[in-house]
Design a binder for this molecule. Structure first.
Ligand code: NCD
Ligand code: ZN
Length: 365
């Protein structure tokens, strides 16, 4: 048994659904899944019902998180068509500003150039802007950020032409960072299945960005040197929702991510230090995550297990990796000197997780 001691991992992109859709996940179940996966900080997305686009909705999310979280967290604010000034004023309480520039789950889609420009110009330089942008929209996001003389973070890059564009921008010295998800590194659209019901299944397979081709997966893997962060895009929906005729897009990912990242090490594509850079050092720098004292995770790198959604801590209770042989398991998580997860049990009490942008920086009581 080889035991590794790693820093508590940071996931810059999760959807914990609280408030608004706690049948899919809430701050307790979602942060339990985070600890089980080795994450001690998660940054939560704003596409709730209602979306997090003003002081009131932000305060409601802060209250829910404070009451239930078992790991630390940050809250990303949502860019709307006419809230650029509000977003800028609330930036000190947020881990980032999320702009949805392409089609996805929820009502936060920004269609016009004017609001993209307004947010890029108004939002403080020291808090990151994250864009859901696909294909040529990535070019728009990078260019408008450059004109506004600020950096931009591109979420869940999934295709060859996208990663090559980001490489070219970086080589020009343009301030762009990016993340890749485990599912876009390990699954292709061929894994969705066929009419004989082999594979993940059509509804369950729905995700944004959609799974891509083998060539796209290979291009992501060939360009990992310019991928700043790994992010799960943990987007839980229930099994019934995913098996319905109108399946919403999204996969749960917190509890399978680390084993898959370690698989890249076993495949010889990355070193362990490369994984730590993408799951800890770079997200810490990009999102200004404060240090967590006396915090680490212990991982049995040889532990073999089979991915089973039904056994997971997430309320989604399914995984696109169902039945897959995994290697590497989190055996213990220590947060601020306390053992908060051990033997597949969460020991931390609700409300023990802390907001990385705490009250002293503006959060309302
Ligand atoms: C996300 C969700 O369900 O909130 N779904 C997804 O397919 N990734 C939305 C998003 O991340 O864009
Ligand atoms: Zn997402």
């Amino acid at each position: 048994m080889t035991m590794l001691k790693l820093p508590g991992l940071i996931d810059p992109h999760v959807h914990l659904r609280d408030p608004g859709a706690i049948h899919k996940e809430d701050w307790h179940s979602g942060t339990c899944a985070a600890l089980a996966g080795g994450f001690t900080v998660v940054l939560d997305m704003p596409n709730n019902t209602p979306p997090i686009v003003d002081a009131e909705t932000l305060a409601a999310k802060q209250r829910a998180a404070r009451a239930k979280a078992v790991c630390d967290y940050g809250i990303h604010f949502g860019a709307g068509a006419d809230n650029a000034e509000i977003a800028a004023s609330l930036a000190p309480q947020c881990s980032g500003l999320k702009m949805y520039l392409d089609q996805t789950f929820g009502p936060l889609r920004l269609d016009d150039l004017q609001s993209l420009v307004a947010h890029m110009q108004h939002f403080p330089q020291d808090v990151p802007i994250l864009c859901h942008a696909e294909g040529r929209t990535i070019a728009a996001a990078i260019f408008v950020a450059e004109l506004a003389d600020r950096s931009v973070h591109i979420c869940h890059v999934s295709r060859k032409d996208e990663i090559e564009l980001i490489r070219a921008a970086k080589e020009k010295g343009i301030r762009v960072t990016c993340e890749v998800t485990p599912h876009h590194l390990f699954l292709t659209r061929d894994d969705c299945g066929d009419t004989n019901h082999r594979g993940i299944g059509a509804g369950k397979c729905e995700v944004r960005p959609m799974l891509a081709s083998r060539a796209d997966v290979e291009a992501l893997r060939a360009n990992l040197d310019i991928v700043d962060c790994f992010a799960t895009d943990h987007a839980p929906h229930t099994l019934a929702e995913k098996e319905s005729a109108t399946a919403p897009p999204g996969y749960p990912g917190l509890e399978t991510a680390l084993s898959l990242y370690l698989e890249l090490v076993r495949e010889g594509i990355l070193t362990l230090d490369d994984v730590i850079a993408r799951c800890y050092e770079n997200p810490r720098k990009i999102f200004n995550v404060p240090a967590q004292d006396e915090t680490w995770i212990e991982v049995d790198v040889d532990a073999e297990w089979i991915a089973r959604g039904a056994k997971m801590h997430t309320r989604a209770k399914w995984t696109p990796f169902e039945g897959r042989a995994m290697c590497g398991q989190v055996t213990r998580v220590v947060l601020r000197g306390q053992t908060v997860f051990e033997n597949d049990c969460v020991l931390a009490k609700p409300a023990s997780g802390k907001n990385i942008r705490p009250i002293s920086q503006g959060e309302k009581k």
